[in-house]
Design a protein around this ligand. Structure first.
Ligand code: SIN
Ligand code: FE
Length: 289
């Protein structure tokens, strides 16, 4: 497998300019990796680097698009400091995407920003929720009809610990491999899921197939072990970006990461034909949304 990582020397969040090669790589499902782009913490923010800031039974802290902070245990001062740190990362991530991908800007929809202080290796989860297994992002309860999931990540670990990922093969190969095993879409079942409020809106055939791919990848032990993949270490002080609905990824270890999600209609990409929606439509010969 060719490397799926494209390394870029940028060191200024506000200094990015559009580059056709990087854009094509990102839209082809590669990871753009910025080893010199650090998210700088303020001195008073160092105390936020502990899982003790998490509310009970919570894994992530999130700042939603309306500015509401969730998941923090602590007094008003702590809440304010966490909100400021996460909010500053949001602004820098937006500036980075705005510089790199200006054509997206008017079409982007802001999703929550998250701060993840939990050590990855200690999490125990069901196979379906286990992000240590290679997968593409697809959410059972929130159909998205092909809208893209663009994510900006930064590692803020204070002890030099990298975030270790595995990155897999191009989406088209994933789809060709697993689509033959996908259960057919059944519209009345999608209606039942909606009526039971298992899904927030009707699950489209696209959303069904994406979930089938997600589950088929995660449940295939041989694919997890022997499928095409590369190990990547993202050290503290680095940033990486990918379309996580397209790039197969797994997180193996690490602690303290900030992440920004942005949604984009597939039609607003530089090349809409490279989207999972276009690829799955071509491979199935059907309109999926
Ligand atoms: C994921 O999106 O699967 C998790 C990424 C991470 O926690 O590093
Ligand atoms: Fe994921």
């Amino acid at each position: 497998m060719d490397s799926q990582i494209v390394e870029l020397a940028l060191s200024d969040w506000h200094g990015a300019t559009p580059n056709q090669d990087w854009i094509a790589a990102l839209e082809a499902g590669k990871v753009l990796y910025f080893p010199k782009l650090a998210f700088a913490l303020q001195p008073q923010e160092k105390r936020l680097l502990t899982p003790a800031v998490l509310a009970p039974d919570v894994r992530n802290i999130s700042l939603d698009a309306e500015g509401r902070l969730k998941g923090v245990a602590g007094d008003a001062g702590l809440q304010r400091d966490v909100a400021a740190m996460v909010g500053r990362f949001r602004a820098q991530a937006q500036a980075l995407i705005g510089g790199l991908l200006p054509h997206y800007t008017p079409a982007l929809r802001l999703a929550p920003t998250s701060y993840r202080p939990v050590q990855v290796e200690t999490r125990t989860q069901s196979w379906r929720a286990d992000d240590k297994r290679m997968h593409i992002d697809s959410f059972p309860s929130r159909p998205n009809y092909g809208e893209r999931i663009l994510r900006v990540f930064t590692n803020v670990n204070p002890e030099g610990v990298a975030r270790a990922w595995r990155v897999g093969e191009p989406f088209e190969s994933v789809a060709a491999r697993f689509l033959p095993r996908a259960k057919p879409y059944v519209r009345w079942q999608a209606r039942v899921l909606r009526a039971l409020r298992v899904t927030k809106s009707l699950r489209s055939e696209y959303d069904h197939l994406m979930l089938q791919l997600h589950d088929a990848m995660k449940s295939d032990a041989d694919y997890q072990k022997n499928g095409p993949q590369q190990a990547v270490q993202f050290p503290p002080g680095s940033v990486w970006i990918c379309f996580s609905d397209q790039t197969p990824h797994a997180v193996m270890s690490g602690q303290y990461m900030l992440e920004q999600t942005l949604h984009l209609p597939a039609a607003r990409q530089y090349n809409p034909d490279s989207s999972p929606l276009a690829i799955l439509s071509r491979l199935t010969g059907r309109t999926l949304v």
